[in-house]
Design a protein around this ligand. Structure first.
Ligand code: SF4
Length: 254
């Protein structure tokens, strides 16, 4: 049965099975550093970030063609040996009940699995990690962890403690991971970025990525200019006071 939050968002329990795949990129060299991967896009999200670049997956996935899981598996089987892994992205993949079974099938093919998540579903995240089904997790930390700051970005109520639990779960796991923040004008201050850095103390990878005004969930965001490069550099300097491993997406760091 589907559960609705008061804001109309589907709750993390509002899931259906089997897994629904709405996008499949057969090969990417940039989604997982050092690896050749395929990318799967699963529809649905419990947030409504105004700058989201996947509005079709969040709002109107019913208008998108569903890609049969079997055809994805067949394609991956054919590439066995030269694709290292699969990135499961969205939307928010942990909303789908069939996620675990999908990952088990990918692992059975010998593929590594990276999960992109907004961190709102620590229960699923923990389950997947405990069962050894993930090789890498990338979690958004969209704002300082307060209801006010976070809901400003996500467009509705957020379970801050759930987000904090996801951060702890990831930090306590020994798998490769990344926390990342989209730097968007009006959403993040110098104080805010410092608060975020303190929340993810101990991480081996924290990434600042600049907002880009294209294909945004809220069309008014198309008028917003990205933050100047100096702002990202300033934020990076602030974060470096707490974390040794802070990068700006797209900036060489080796
Ligand atoms: S940016 Fe991510 S968390 Fe936000 S609405 Fe889009 S898919 Fe959901």
């Amino acid at each position: 049965m589907s559960t609705k939050l008061t804001n109309g968002f589907a709750s993390p329990e509002a899931v259906g099975e089997p897994v629904t795949i709405k996008g499949f990129i057969e090969t990417s060299l940039i989604e997982w550093e050092g690896k050749i991967v395929a990318i799967l896009f699963l529809p649905g999200c419990n947030y409504r970030c105004s700058y989201c670049h996947s509005p079709h997956l969040v709002y109107s996935s019913q208008d998108m063609e569903t890609i049969p899981t079997e055809s994805v598996m067949e394609s991956l089987r054919k590439r066995k040996g030269w694709v290292d892994g699969v990135v499961i992205s969205g939307g928010e993949p942990t909303l789908q009940k069939g996620l675990k079974e999908l990952i088990k099938r990918l692992k059975a093919l010998g593929l590594k699995v990276k999960l992109d998540t907004n961190g709102s579903n620590p229960k699923v995240l923990e389950e997947l990690l405990v069962e050894g089904l993930l090789d890498c997790v990338a979690m958004d930390v969209k704002a300082p962890l307060s209801e006010e700051a976070y809901s400003k970005v996500t467009g509705g109520p957020c379970d801050i403690e759930a987000l904090r639990r996801s951060i702890r779960i990831i930090l306590n796991s020994d798998i490769e991971h990344e926390f990342r923040t989209t730097v968007c004008p009006g959403f993040l201050t110098e104080e805010g970025v410092e608060v975020i850095a303190r929340e993810v103390l101990g991480t081996k990878k924290y990434v600042l990525q600049s907002f880009r005004p294209n294909n945004c969930l809220d069309p008014s965001m198309l008028e917003v200019e990205p933050c100047p490069e100096e702002t990202l550099k300033k934020f990076k300097e602030i974060v470096k006071g707490y974390l040794g491993h802070c990068f700006i997406r797209g900036e060489p760091h080796h």
